[in-house]
Unconditional design. Sequence first.
Length: 292
Amino acid sequence: MANKPEEINIPFCEAYRKTKDILTEAGFETPAFEALCLTEKVFGFNRLALITKGEETVASEEKLAVLAELTEKRLNHEPLQYLLGKWSFMGIDLLVGEGVLVPRDDTEVVTSLCIDYLSCKESPNVIDLCAGSGAISLALEKYANCKVTAVELSDKAFSYLTQNIKLNNSAVNALNGDIFECHKDIADNSLDLIVSNPPYIKTADIASLQKEVQHEPAMALDGGESGLDFYRKIVPLWKSKLKAGGALAFELGEGQYDEVSRILADNGFGGITESIDFGGIQRAIIGTLLQK
């Protein structure tokens, strides 16, 4: 008769410490935070439980194996957000995974700029181009009380977009389409605001990006040779969709403000304003259409 496998009997806090030590040795910047995130996902224990119940045993070999697998994936620089399957943006939970851009703090800059602009508008009509997970769309709907259409071309990203709309009981209208084509289906003079976090990395720079970013979809990153392809195309194609005095806002890559500002000015936009991120980078821009 075969011997019964020995039961694993490891305290939760030890599983956490082991994970943290592995990530520390591998040189990750925030190993304690990441280890807590991974162990919480597997075991359902949060930080408070780690402190108060950390010595309780973890008897499930299966869960320990899952934690080991997630840790190995993280060592291969798969984004932490993908491994967790969910991330928060401006207090909104978003499902994320392979095929969709990870919501970043940088995007709060353009979102806040849009919220400020919409604060004096009554029932504004907004479109979010290259919407991805829906981070901007859902935040604008929640904090600016506006009607939002979110446009996304990638089928994988669109799946996350629709799931996040459902998850947040949102009324955002999701449109699976090409932003360089679907403008034909949007009525002129119908929008108060157009916002976009477009691909803005130079093609030549993609290969040198952080390893985690290499796991994210290239189509959400690659902005062409100059990084400015989407700005140059979006502005002339979409400006007629704005109401008189309507605005167009973009997230920006580092060093892109001056050129994007010129693109807006050359297309009849004024009142062009920047917004700076915590690193001092001109991270967002907004301009209003002066004439129709």
